[in-house]
Design a protein around this ligand. Structure first.
Ligand code: PMT
Length: 403
């Protein structure tokens, strides 16, 4: 059962959102209604309050409601942001990152999946600007309940009428209770680089873009898993998963992963974690007076190795998947790494290729398991992610059979 923020914007279909709220509750979900100012002109906040039995949010800066910055507090607790009806205006704001009221601010602050039920005049729905904004949101992972066709309140006949409440509720329910082979499984994915600071402006980093790990997180979520993504600094958009934890250095990544790994069924370490970090971080910017600069580095904690040791000692624990970025003897090095770190799978990528490994959309990997190695052709990281999760599913199934 999930908590749904039901965004209601200013369209004639706003009255149908009351039925949507009721339908969600009937399916066991909790609803908090967030109304834009224009929505309140079509239907009263008190109607939603009576149905949801929660205060209805209509204003960003209501007196007495700002002690714990409400949009941030709500953003981290909701399981779904559903906007029904969604006007061309809110769609434009979300697509372009405009956050000038509670609902649009909530969107930028939350990592919960977004479901949009657009409703507007036929011509508006077909307008290039609206289409482009819808495409932008779709590319970010937003899902839609298409508007219906027929007589519109404005007198036109065509596409634009808010979808029926039952249809909207079913679409929301499907997101909140995803079907799929990984349904009920908790998957942690660590992705991206780590940055090891040695003064306030400089760091040692690497070329990981996060793409490989993000593709695994997205695919695991699509298969129904509750996904936690622990990510180093990246410039790409995180997929819509249960939790995104942003970290910077290897120490922070270590802490974030170890704190959560106990509750996981699967941990995938796709991150390129720094092996060494500066012993000291200078408080002030290091001056460039000298011709050479010597940095003294110390080893970082081996997160995957520690998880492997922990599982060995406990006799049980999550399925462990690691990656190996290699430039020579790829399979031999990956096999040795798998044994040393007590992982189930090591995904070896030959990072000497320009079309595989770091910062490209494709990868060519060999999946190394105790039973042998399987080399896959060059393909998109999304497809590599699917192949890895197929193997993970097989491991989970064979564990369940043995248990
Ligand atoms: O992010 P992209 O641009 O898409 O690129 C993807 C990738 C090349 C970064 C990815 O596919 C990959 O290979 N990640 C692992 C790179 C790496 O650090 O390999 P490694 O051989 O140094 O480490 C082996 C394993 O131990 C990895 O799972 C790593 O996450 C883990 N490790 C390493 C060091 C450390 N201190 N702790 C760890 O847990």
């Amino acid at each position: 059962m999930g908590l749904v923020a039901l965004g209601v914007t200013g369209g004639i279909g706003a009255y149908k959102a009351v039925e949507v709220a009721r339908g969600l509750q009937k399916r066991g979900h909790e609803v908090v209604a967030v109304m834009t100012h224009s929505a309140t002109r079509f239907v009263g906040a008190v109607t939603f309050e009576a149905i949801t039995r929660r205060r209805v949010i209509t204003d960003q800066f209501e007196d007495g409601m700002n002690a714990d910055i409400e949009h941030i507090a709500l953003a981290s607790t909701i399981d779904l942001l559903l906007i029904a009806p969604a006007t061309a205006n809110i769609i434009g704001k979300l697509a372009n990152g405009i956050a000038d009221d509670f609902l649009s601010t909530l969107y930028t602050a939350t990592r919960a999946p977004l479901l949009i039920a657009p409703a507007m005049n036929t011509q508006m729905f077909a307008h290039e600007a609206v289409r482009r904004n819808l495409d932008t949101l779709a590319a970010r992972g937003a899902r839609f309940v298409e508007p219906g066709e027929g007589y519109l309140a404005c007198g036109w006949i065509g596409k634009g009428r808010l979808a029926e409440p039952d249809e909207i509720v079913a679409a929301a329910d499907a997101i909140l209770r995803p079907e799929g082979p990984l349904r009920g499984q908790r998957v942690l994915v660590a992705a991206g680089p780590t940055y090891e600071d040695f003064d306030p402006v400089r760091y040692i980093g690497n070329r990981s873009s996060g793409r490989m790990g993000y593709a695994i997180a997205a695919e695991a979520a699509r298969r129904g898993a509750a996904v936690t993504l622990v990510t180093g600094p990246t410039t790409i958009e995180a997929p819509a998963v249960r939790e995104v934890v942003k970290v910077r250095g290897a120490g922070e990544m270590h802490q974030a992963v170890m704190a959560r790994a106990g509750g996981m069924d699967v941990v995938v370490m796709a991150a390129a974690v720094a092996d060494y970090t500066p012993v000291n971080r200078a408080a002030q910017k290091v001056a460039k007076d000298a011709d050479t600069l010597t940095l003294v580095l110390k080893k970082t904690p081996d997160i995957l190795g520690e998880l492997g040791q922990r599982r060995l000692a406990a006799g049980s624990g999550p399925v462990l998947v690691g990656f190996a970025a290699e430039t020579e003897d790829v399979i031999a090095h990956a096999s040795a790494k798998r044994e040393r770190k007590h992982a189930d799978l090591i995904i070896a990528n030959d990072v000497s290729r320009t079309d595989a490994g770091f910062d490209v959309d494709t990868n060519a990997v060999t999946i190394v398991a105790a039973s042998g190695a399987e080399s896959l052709p060059l393909q998109s990281k999304a497809r590599v992610a699917a192949a890895i999760l197929d193997r993970v599913e097989r491991l989970l199934t064979s564990r369940a059979i043995k248990a």
